[in-house]
Design a protein around this ligand. Structure first.
Ligand SMILES: [Zn+2]
Length: 333
């Protein structure tokens, strides 16, 4: 009985050149047994990985998985016996050793469908040291027809021994022209697409996130806060009006604005600004501070974000206040 074709995963448009390279390798039988796909959050790594997983498990793949075979149907239904996904447990940051032991057992078995066994680990940098060490043996002697796909936003945080056993595919920030039609379709126009692509630093999926109503509202609130601080408002009072749970996004915007301010302070060039709508505000801010101090604040913001991501700062309210106090000190200096 012929089955109705299912929708198969495809890479996002700006990743098509990388996808064609992968397909060529697969067709030549030269796909490595372990791939590390890295790139900033919002670049679209998952679309590339999922397309590859589907094509690898598919019984008669072409440019993508076929969408018609039994394997494609199983995958679309959400379960394929030869696919194992490893991620942190719900609400946890780390990938611990237990699920990696499961991986080792999984690669020791024969594929049930007679094809490839595929293991997807995401985010790979979440593996703790014990988990990473446990994975090494499988990465070294995976047996035939096994594909490991490791996804990572920050590959430098992986153990070097893990990195060196994978073929590393680093995804670069795409050209605006390759993303604009896709973004314009989702954001309702070219202007919007251009604005949010820039604000997101060239990360298309991040651009979509930033353009969501709640994110837009937060951005506007932060612009108001920035304006208030430039006028000399009291930072702790300003902090009380912001949602401390948004601390990561608040720091993210802070970093983006500082990078703009530094660019403006160093070269005066306005064409490369990520947030050109803030130029008037930037001009007022640059008057009062030196580029060296902006750099120092930028380092601070990056460090705070890193600590928050690792659960190192348990008090987001304090982090938020400290951040705004530093901003305002700089603006008043
Ligand atoms: Zn198929």
């Amino acid at each position: 009985m012929a089955m109705t074709p299912v929708e198969v995963p495809r890479p996002l448009p700006w990743l098509m050149p990388r996808w064609r390279e992968l397909v060529r390798l697969a067709e030549a039988g030269r796909l490595p047994h372990a791939l590390l796909i890295s790139g900033a959050h919002g670049i679209g790594k998952h679309s590339l990985a999922e397309a590859l997983v589907a094509r690898t498990l598919c019984a008669s793949p072409g440019d993508t998985a076929c969408g018609r075979c039994h394997a494609c149907h199983m995958l679309a239904s959400g379960y394929h016996p030869d696919l194992l996904r490893v991620a942190p447990e719900e609400g946890k940051r780390q990938i611990r050793i237990a699920p990696v032991r499961e991986v080792n057992g999984f690669v020791a078995q024969t594929a049930q469908q007679g094809g490839y066994r595929v293991i997807v680990i995401t985010p790979a940098e979440a593996m703790n040291v014990a988990a990473s060490n446990a994975l090494l043996k499988s990465l070294e002697e995976p047996g035939g027809r096994t594909l490991f796909v490791l996804l990572s936003d920050i590959p430098s945080r992986l153990l070097p021994t893990i990195r060196s056993r994978c073929q590393h595919w680093s995804l670069a920030v795409p050209d605006e022209a390759d993303c604009r039609p896709w973004l314009a379709e989702r954001l309702g126009g070219e202007e919007e697409a251009r604005f949010w692509f820039r604000a997101a630093g060239g990360l298309p999926l991040r651009a979509l996130e930033l353009a969501e109503p709640a994110s837009r509202a937060l951005r506007q609130q932060l612009v108001d806060t920035f304006e208030a601080l430039v006028r000399g408002a009291e930072p702790v009072a300003e902090a009380a009006r912001l949602d401390r749970q948004s601390i990561d996004a608040i720091l993210w915007y802070g970093i983006s604005w500082l990078e703009d301010l530094i660019r403006l302070g160093l070269s005066g060039d306005t064409t490369e600004l990520r947030n050109p709508d803030l130029l008037v505000l930037y001009r007022q801010a640059v008057k009062n501070a030196r580029v060296r101090d902006w750099f120092r604040l930028l380092d601070y913001a990056r460090e705070q974000r890193r600590m928050l991501a690792q659960g190192g700062n348990p008090n987001p309210q304090l982090a938020l206040e400290a951040w705004l106090v530093r901003w305002s000190t700089l603006l008043r200096s």
